[in-house]
Write a protein that binds this ligand. Structure first.
Ligand code: ADP
Length: 419
C-alpha cells in the first residue's frame, strides 16, 4: 500500500508534454499512486487533444500563447504546480510559474538548461570546467570555419536531445561533412545555430538528481560501460551503482552542485552527463528534467517509490529527503537502431528475456514504420532492464540479452515522381 498525498480535490498539477514523450505513462502512474490530480498540456492540435483524457492542447512553438492558455486555467482551477516533463516546454513552465507565483526555476535558468550554447556560457562564467566553444549560424561557410578551429571537435545543435545531431570531427574534411549533416538535421527540426566545441576525452557518467529548498540531492550515478568516442554518440547501457572510486563520485557531486548553481537550477529534476579525465569532471550537459526514455523504470526509492513519484511529491511541496535509492545493482540498455529502414519484425525476445538477471524487455518502436539511427534519428528500438548481484553482472546480462535479439529491418524504397 502506498500512502497518498494529502491534497485539495480542486487543486491540480499541470504537466506539459510532447505527444511522443516516453515519460508520460510513468508520470501518469505516479500521479495516480499519489492521488494527485493532473492536467496534461500536450503539444498537439485541438482535435487530437480531445482523445487524451482531461488534456489541454497547447502549441509549444507559440511560447506566449502557451503561457497565456495555462495561466488562464488558474482562473478556474487551483493550479499548485506546473512541470514540463520534456525539454521542449521548460521555458513555458518557468514563465507560467513565475506569473502564478509558484515555486520553479527562473526563466533564465530554464533557458540555460535548455540551450546548449547558453549552458556553456553560464558554465564558463561559473568557472566550471568547460571546453573551448563557439557557435555559428548554419548559413556560414564551413570551409572558413574548419581552418580556424581545433581538433578533435564536436558539432551539435543547440536545442535537440538524445544525442541527435551530435557529431565528432577529427579534421577539416570530417568537419565539413559533419557540418552539412547537422545543418540538414536542424533545418528539419529546430534552430539556426551550430555549436562547435572541443572534444573531451574520458569516461562518461549520467547523474539523476532533484533540487529542493534544502539543496541538490543526487539520486543515482550511472556508469556508461560502452565507449562513447564518436563519430556519433549512441547511448546504450546505463548501470548503477557506479563503480567509480568514492572520491570521483564526490567530485561528480560537487561539480553537479557548482554547475547547477552556474545555471541557476535550484528546483526539480536534474539529469546531467559528465566526463572524467585527468583534469577533473567536465559537465557535458545539465538538463532540468528526468532521465530519458524508459530508463527511470529501473529506479526505486524508499518503499517502492518511482522517480516520477519523488518529482511529483517534491513539486507539490513534500520533503523527499528521506527517500534513498534501493541498493540493488541495476541497469538498462537503450536498444540502438542499427540501420535505417522499415522495422518489420523482432525475433528472440523470449530468449533474451530469459537470461538471468533480465527483468523485462520493452519494445517501443512501432513495427512497419521507418526508423533512423543517429545522428538523424531520435529514438530507440526499446529497452532491456536488468537487476543482478553486481554492476558487472548487470552489464553482462544486458549484453547477452541484446545479442539474442534479431531485428528485421527492410530497406526503405523511396518513390520518386516520374518527370
Ligand atoms: P544531447 O542533449 O542531445 O544528448 P549532449 O550535448 O549531451 O547532447 O551530447 C550527447 C553525447 O555526445 C554526450 O553524452 C557525449 O557522449 C557526447 N558529447 C557531447 N559533447 C561532447 C564533448 N564536448 N566532448 C566529448 N563528447 C561529447
Amino acid at each position: 500500500m502506498h500512502e497518498t498525498c494529502s491534497n485539495n480535490l480542486d487543486s491540480i498539477i499541470v504537466l506539459l508534454a510532447n505527444p511522443n514523450t516516453y515519460r508520460g505513462q510513468s508520470y501518469a502512474q505516479a500521479a495516480e499512486r499519489l492521488g494527485l490530480h493532473v492536467l496534461w498540456a500536450i503539444d498537439i492540435p485541438d482535435k487530437l487533444a480531445s482523445e487524451w483524457n482531461m488534456s489541454l492542447s497547447v502549441d509549444f512553438s507559440d511560447h506566449d500563447e502557451s503561457v497565456r492558455t495555462i495561466v488562464d486555467l488558474a482562473d478556474e482551477k487551483q493550479v499548485v504546480a506546473v512541470l514540463a516533463i520534456d525539454d521542449s516546454a521548460t521555458l513555458i513552465a518557468a514563465e507560467v510559474c513565475s506569473l502564478l507565483g509558484l515555486p520553479h526555476n527562473s526563466r533564465a535558468a530554464a533557458m540555460a538548461a535548455r540551450d546548449k550554447l547558453v549552458m556553456r556560457q553560464h558554465l564558463q562564467a561559473g568557472r566550471v570546467l568547460c571546453p573551448q566553444f563557439m557557435s555559428f549560424h548554419h548559413n556560414e561557410n564551413p570551409e572558413d570555419i574548419s581552418i580556424h578551429i581545433g581538433y578533435p571537435c564536436i558539432l551539435k545543435p543547440l536545442l535537440l536531445n538524445g544525442s541527435r545531431g551530435v557529431i565528432r570531427a577529427n579534421n577539416p574534411t570530417e568537419f565539413k561533412t559533419a557540418w552539412h549533416r547537422v545543418r540538414s538535421i536542424i533545418n528539419n527540426a529546430v534552430g539556426t545555430r551550430i555549436l562547435v566545441e572541443d572534444y573531451i576525452p574520458g569516461q562518461e557518467v549520467a547523474v539523476e538528481a532533484l533540487g529542493s529548498d534544502t539543496g541538490i540531492k543526487i539520486l543515482a550515478i550511472f556508469d556508461k560501460p560502452d565507449p562513447l568516442e564518436g563519430p556519433f554518440f549512441e547511448e546504450t547501457i546505463y548501470v548503477t551503482p557506479s563503480l567509480l572510486p568514492q572520491e570521483d563520485q564526490l567530485e561528480i557531486e560537487s561539480t553537479l552542485i557548482s554547475s547547477a548553481k552556474a545555471l541557476g537550477l535550484r528546483l526539480g529534476p536534474i539529469h546531467a552527463e559528465f566526463r572524467l579525465n585527468e583534469h577533473g569532471v567536465w559537465p557535458i550537459e545539465i538538463a532540468g528534467r528526468t532521465i530519458g526514455g524508459l530508463c527511470s523504470n529501473i529506479l526505486s526509492f524508499g518503499s517502492g517509490r518511482s522517480l516520477e513519484e519523488l518529482v511529483l511529491l517534491q513539486t507539490s511541496g513534500s520533503n523527499i529527503d528521506k527517500f534513498t535509492i534501493d541498493d540493488r545493482s541495476k541497469g538498462v540498455m537503450m536498444i540502438p537502431i542499427p540501420k535505417s529502414g522499415i522495422l518489420r519484425k523482432i525475433n528472440g525476445i523470449k530468449q533474451a528475456e530469459s537470461i538471468d538477471g533480465i527483468d523485462k524487455i520493452e519494445i517501443t518502436a512501432k513495427l512497419n514504420y521507418p526508423i533512423y539511427p543517429l545522428p538523424e534519428g531520435d529514438g530507440y528500438l526499446g529497452f532491456i532492464f536488468a537487476y543482478c548481484q553486481s554492476p558487472y553482472e548487470v552489464v553482462e546480462a544486458l549484453r547477452t540479452s541484446h545479442a539474442l535479439l534479431q531485428f528485421h529491418i527492410e530497406s526503405e524504397i523511396l518513390l520518386e515522381q516520374i518527370k
